[in-house]
Design a binder for this molecule. Sequence first.
Ligand SMILES: *[C@@H]1O[C@H](CO)[C@@H](O)[C@H](O)[C@H]1NC(C)=O
Ligand SMILES: *[C@@H]1O[C@H](CO)[C@@H](O)[C@H](O)[C@H]1NC(C)=O
Ligand SMILES: *[C@@H]1O[C@H](CO)[C@@H](O)[C@H](O)[C@H]1NC(C)=O
Ligand SMILES: *[C@@H]1O[C@H](CO)[C@@H](O)[C@H](O)[C@H]1NC(C)=O
Ligand SMILES: *[C@@H]1O[C@H](CO)[C@@H](O)[C@H](O)[C@H]1NC(C)=O
Ligand SMILES: *[C@@H]1O[C@H](CO)[C@@H](O)[C@H](O)[C@H]1NC(C)=O
Ligand SMILES: *[C@@H]1O[C@H](CO)[C@@H](O)[C@H](O)[C@H]1NC(C)=O
Ligand SMILES: *[C@@H]1O[C@H](CO)[C@@H](O)[C@H](O)[C@H]1NC(C)=O
Ligand SMILES: *[C@@H]1O[C@H](CO)[C@@H](O)[C@H](O)[C@H]1NC(C)=O
Ligand SMILES: *[C@@H]1O[C@H](CO)[C@@H](O)[C@H](O)[C@H]1NC(C)=O
Ligand SMILES: *[C@@H]1O[C@H](CO)[C@@H](O)[C@H](O)[C@H]1NC(C)=O
Ligand SMILES: *[C@@H]1O[C@H](CO)[C@@H](O)[C@H](O)[C@H]1NC(C)=O
Length: 571
Amino acid sequence: MRLSAFALTAALVRTASSAVLENFQVTQPAILPSGVKQCTVEVLRRDFASSYGHAEVVELIPPTDCGPLGSWSAITLNLTVTSNGTQYDRLGVFTFQNVEIWRTSTPEPTRGDGIRWTYVKDVTKYLPLFEKPGTFIFQLDNIIQEGLDGVYSTVVGATYYASSEKHPTAAKADLIIPLSTLANDTGNDAAVPPGFSLNVTLPTNTIKVFAELYASGNSQEEFWYLNAPNDYLEELPDGTTYGQGPFREVRLLVDGRLSGVAFPYAVLFTGGIIPSFWRPIAAYGALDLPTYFIDVTPFASLLADGNPHNFTIDVASAENDHAILGNWFVSGALYVVLDTSPKPTTGGITVYEADPYASSSVSRTDTGDVAFTVSAERTIHIEATVISGSGETTTVVWTQNLSYENKQTFDANATVQTMRQTASGTTKSTHNGKSALSDVFEYPLDIDFTYENENLTSWTSSLNHTYDRALLPSPLQIENKIHNEQGVVGFFEIRTGGNLGNGTSNNSFTYGDVLGNTYSRTVNAALNNITFDEESGSLAGDIDKELQADRMAGGGDEGIQARLPGRGEVS
Ligand SMILES: *[C@@H]1O[C@H](CO)[C@@H](O)[C@H](O)[C@H]1NC(C)=O
Ligand SMILES: *[C@@H]1O[C@H](CO)[C@@H](O)[C@H](O)[C@H]1NC(C)=O
Ligand SMILES: *[C@@H]1O[C@H](CO)[C@@H](O)[C@H](O)[C@H]1NC(C)=O
Ligand SMILES: *[C@@H]1O[C@H](CO)[C@@H](O)[C@H](O)[C@H]1NC(C)=O
Ligand SMILES: *[C@@H]1O[C@H](CO)[C@@H](O)[C@H](O)[C@H]1NC(C)=O
Ligand SMILES: *[C@@H]1O[C@H](CO)[C@@H](O)[C@H](O)[C@H]1NC(C)=O
Ligand SMILES: *[C@@H]1O[C@H](CO)[C@@H](O)[C@H](O)[C@H]1NC(C)=O
Ligand SMILES: *[C@@H]1O[C@H](CO)[C@@H](O)[C@H](O)[C@H]1NC(C)=O
Ligand SMILES: *[C@@H]1O[C@H](CO)[C@@H](O)[C@H](O)[C@H]1NC(C)=O
Ligand SMILES: *[C@@H]1O[C@H](CO)[C@@H](O)[C@H](O)[C@H]1NC(C)=O
Ligand SMILES: *[C@@H]1O[C@H](CO)[C@@H](O)[C@H](O)[C@H]1NC(C)=O
Ligand SMILES: *[C@@H]1O[C@H](CO)[C@@H](O)[C@H](O)[C@H]1NC(C)=O
């Protein structure tokens, strides 16, 4: 895939589908209490047109008629969007009380009747933020220009579920502290490199700290997994891909000391490689990007000293300088648990085995004209004693054992390309032997890509993408297991007068959790039409027949915009 004479591909106004195309990402339905009072408020309503740098900023005031403030059993956000025209996928960042609470992206619209999607996001874990009025920001940087006329018309609602005997107030942190830019007029994520740092002062009776990190690659880092090691770039035709290699790890440091990392899942946005892959079924994570969790509790006694401490989030590569290109958007939050006693927490780290960077290697393989394998591994082992003011001693053991491999081949002057990547690992923390946080994951991603003509104006591709994760984010949330597999094949052609594409997509999703909730869905599409859709499990409802009928009425993909590595936005 390469940066070539792609020029500006203005898309024509065409009449395509004859009914609204209903887009979606496969996921489990939000797990919500039944038989309790619900209070729904409209948070914002906005047409995102030329909205670059102009986020929607509103005051969100909690309802008072669903029980005392903060007594809710659940909270959800409902994002509903319509769009009609030609437009790129755009990143959306929701920030409340300076904490990023949801990162999403937009499906690319169709012309004519356009598209629509609704996503209901469970934000119950952010309950402490919702207890009081605060600034709610939705940043959706959209651009209207020649050939790009798609406006994202957006409604966001929040629903608060009252608690009851059967559905008590949700478990919550005592405090949620942002690791963010703290801006009050735009999304609170920071662009790295360089690393983002913030001084944070925690209460002196802090006994547990769990970090949640948001991180996604954009611009030159959108297809980070297809980047080549710098040593190999010269052998590839100019503009084939970017450098700094394909490995990325998201790091969290406390006062310059590594506290934990994430080997991120590759999120493919809906313009990625072949937009028709993702129409109407977006890649897993595209509408609700996964986040990563780190137990920072080993640092609790240090953090409880009453002084500011320097938290850093950065993203490192496996190149010698560990540098990356521009850019990744990162932010985070600390979920803090306090002791019942106001007396200060004491203790200290007893074992600290954590290298600043993963150990990695790059090797040439003989499987193609240009071919290489990049591998990385890392283990982290930190132990600490945390003595609360009320006298309880907790032994904390935090370990991560992660591995990564990326194999790429380039043949026929790099017009035929393959990539096989997998990131996997086990992350675990115990507090006095009891599981506190656990993350066992495997994220394979395979891509085949072939240019169909010497002008590099048309290509075919096949891609298999798996998200397999058993996750206990912290003792404040429940443990669940998600397995999603998505296989897509498609074709794309750049044409003056309107790009053309087609694609088929097969998806199978399963969800299960420790409360016994289950959900599975198999859904396939061909040429924008849903060809098979079946769901089962305790969370399954009736698939909305009307929406299903809408989804059946697809058509060819005309006037669409693709994104490729090395090219960023190609309009
Ligand atoms: C989400 O909001 C849309 C638009 O306001 C509404 O039509 C839809 O019923 C809502 N869905 C849920 C599950 O709340
Ligand atoms: C979509 O936009 C086109 C032209 O921009 C317009 O003619 C058409 O009525 C719109 N469709 C809907 C459903 O709003
Ligand atoms: C936003 O932040 C700026 C700079 O810190 C400050 O001057 C301004 O008053 C703030 N606005 C609001 C609404 O809080
Ligand atoms: C915070 O730590 C980072 C990484 O070690 C360092 O680059 C930065 O200068 C530190 N910032 C402050 C304010 O101490
Ligand atoms: C962070 O706190 C340290 C003291 O702990 C101070 O020296 C430094 O200037 C602070 N940095 C910022 C950016 O506030
Ligand atoms: C890390 O995981 C690998 C693969 O599962 C295993 O072989 C290795 O022993 C583990 N290392 C540690 C330190 O647990
Ligand atoms: C290889 O691809 C590059 C970039 O597209 C092109 O300039 C060059 O002519 C090609 N070489 C051959 C031998 O086809
Ligand atoms: C994806 O899986 C399908 C079915 O097993 C296979 O035919 C195809 O070659 C795979 N594609 C890639 C890129 O691995
Ligand atoms: C490639 O481009 C040349 C020059 O613009 C054109 O003559 C030729 O038809 C194109 N070939 C293909 C296969 O599109
Ligand atoms: C999807 O499944 C169908 C039926 O099993 C199969 O014919 C098709 O090749 C699959 N498509 C992809 C992209 O895996
Ligand atoms: C997609 O378009 C290509 C090129 O016209 C064609 O060869 C292929 O059969 C089409 N795929 C489907 C599933 O219709
Ligand atoms: C998709 O649906 C449209 C409208 O119902 C129909 O014309 C078209 O043939 C369908 N395509 C496929 C591949 O089923």
